[in-house]
Design a protein around this ligand. Structure first.
Ligand SMILES: [Zn+2]
Length: 262
């Protein structure tokens, strides 16, 4: 079996993905599957504080891979995890959306690399989204070393049952299939060539009119911000969305919309 590394808790506030990673870890250990390692709390102090960044230096861990062994706390964690990840054949990094937002489960990876596309087929969640990738992210840096790698995003801070149960189910059946060389079901993955986060430039109360999983046409209303209509700039599929709450332009987006491959 290929050696597989499953990580979560790179962002400490994303508790839902930490919880399912713990469950996956228990499942793997109870079956003594030695080829799989699960690290549910990569950024331990951040997880303990339920905050995105490590409290010691306030850095976003998923922007500083491959890290630095002589650096700050976050850089040291990045260094240790990256050195470990280099010894694996594939990597799955679990994330959720943050406070007052949520998303349908989707796999995020560089789909221009065939080995990443193959990993999407094996995991078989419904949606796979292209990213060229901000450098410094674990899955981008390992993918650049030709290790099949992805992020799975699902759910949000207040919403982590159904979406994350779906992710857990797919990751467990992926591990089972890999270990016992079975293919249980044909995946029907939809591929998206592009996605964009919609970020209006003024603050105010956001009221969604759509929800993740909806299809929208160019110019269609997706919600209102301070009473004004917010439109989608292109036709596509809503991956994730902000819930009804106060919107802060510099910190978040109101929606993530993806365009399907032709
Ligand atoms: Zn995250």
């Amino acid at each position: 079996m290929k050696k597989t590394l499953v990580t979560a808790g790179i962002h400490g506030a994303e508790i839902g993905s930490v919880l399912i990673a713990r469950e996956i870890k228990g499942w793997v250990e109870s079956r003594d599957i030695k080829e799989v390692e699960v690290i549910p709390e990569v950024n331990l102090e951040a997880v303990e504080n339920k905050q995105r960044e490590n409290p010691e230096d306030g850095k976003d861990l998923n922007r500083i891979f491959p890290g630095d062994k002589k650096g700050t706390k976050s850089e040291l964690i990045a260094h240790r995890i990256f050195q470990k990840a280099k010894d694996y054949d594939q990597l799955i990094d679990l994330h959720t959306y943050g406070k007052n937002s949520w998303c349908v489960p989707y796999m995020l990876t560089d789909l221009n690399k065939d080995y990443n596309r193959e990993l999407c087929e094996k995991i078989g969640l419904e949606n796979a989204v292209q990213t060229g990738g901000t450098g410094g992210q674990l899955f981008i840096e390992t993918s650049n070393l030709e290790i099949p790698s992805m992020i799975i995003e699902a759910g949000g801070a207040e919403r982590y049952r159904d979406e994350l149960e779906m992710v857990k189910k797919h990751v467990l059946s992926f591990i089972f299939d890999e270990k016992f060389e079975e293919r249980q079901n044909e995946a029907a993955v939809s591929y998206y060539e592009y996605y964009e986060r919609i970020r209006p430039d003024h603050k105010g109360y956001f009221e969604p009119k759509k929800e993740p999983g909806d299809h929208v046409e160019e110019g269609e209303e997706i919600g209102t911000l301070a009473g004004e209509v917010v439109n989608t700039p292109f036709s596509g599929f809503i991956l994730g969305m902000k819930m009804a709450s106060e919107y802060k332009p510099e910190k978040e987006s109101v929606a993530a919309v993806a365009r399907k491959e032709k």
